[in-house]
Ligand binder design. Sequence first.
Ligand SMILES: [Zn+2]
Length: 303
Amino acid sequence: MQQPIWGIDLGGTKIEGAIIPSLDHITPLLRKRVETGSNLGYEHILTQLKKLVDDMKQESGLVPTAIGIGTPGAEEPTTGLMKNCNSTALIGKPFKKDIEALLQIPVTIANDANCFALAETHWGVVKQRYPQSRMTFGIIMGTGVGGGIVIEGKVWNGHHGIGGEWGHNFLDESGGRCYCGKIGCVESVLSGPALEKFYSGLTGNALKLPEIVAAYEKGNDAAANQTMDRLSHFFGKAVAVITNLLDPDIIVVGGGVGNIDLIYDKGVKSLAGFIFNPLVNVPIVKPALGDSAGVFGAAALVA
Ligand SMILES: [Zn+2]
């Protein structure tokens, strides 16, 4: 019998764990979560993770031989220290080394966008509808913008550990300064907060993205139209870089902004104007797993 696979999704507010029978099964044997308590610091996060694994062992009667962990940010391959984390307690810490010492088993880590791409490849929309795909590009467009590359079922981390970090490609100066220090990143144009900022810059009204989308759909708000035009125009321009460079077999778009229908028609039309090909043939689709993607993708790291 195959060994069940263990995955943990380390989020800013909760840590979720799951034990999944194998890549061929979608129903976990066990699922469990604890509070992250990020504000209590790095040591506390490690303690919570250990507690979660201990609880899972006790409840399942199983013992893991390895665990995959989805983290915010990435590990710098040369130093083993965490970087680019929006949960800042992890930045600069040797997270993998510390958690391996605590759990006494090998740990494989990957960022949330990589886990998303992996999960959708092995269990989600790719497996269900496009099983012939050999390369998946997974995009998360929400509060932040991230991406992950999965080739033949495995994450491509890259030389610096930033493979797929498309959210911090240069897109347009009008996005202004990004938290990463650069100007005009994809994230500073296409994230939810960036679109909200654009809208409030036009109107002085601080609407939330779903309200802007609703106003656009009603059709009587010129600023909402402009904001959605900006989204579709720049979505195409940004995704053209992915298709010209990697030409993936499928692009899966998750996150709150990924949920906006217009990117799948107007956004794809915009893409057609930017790629080095007469037409857009690559499927650009919504994910199938919802919130479960993080923990499933983490488990796939050790499958
Ligand atoms: Zn940036």
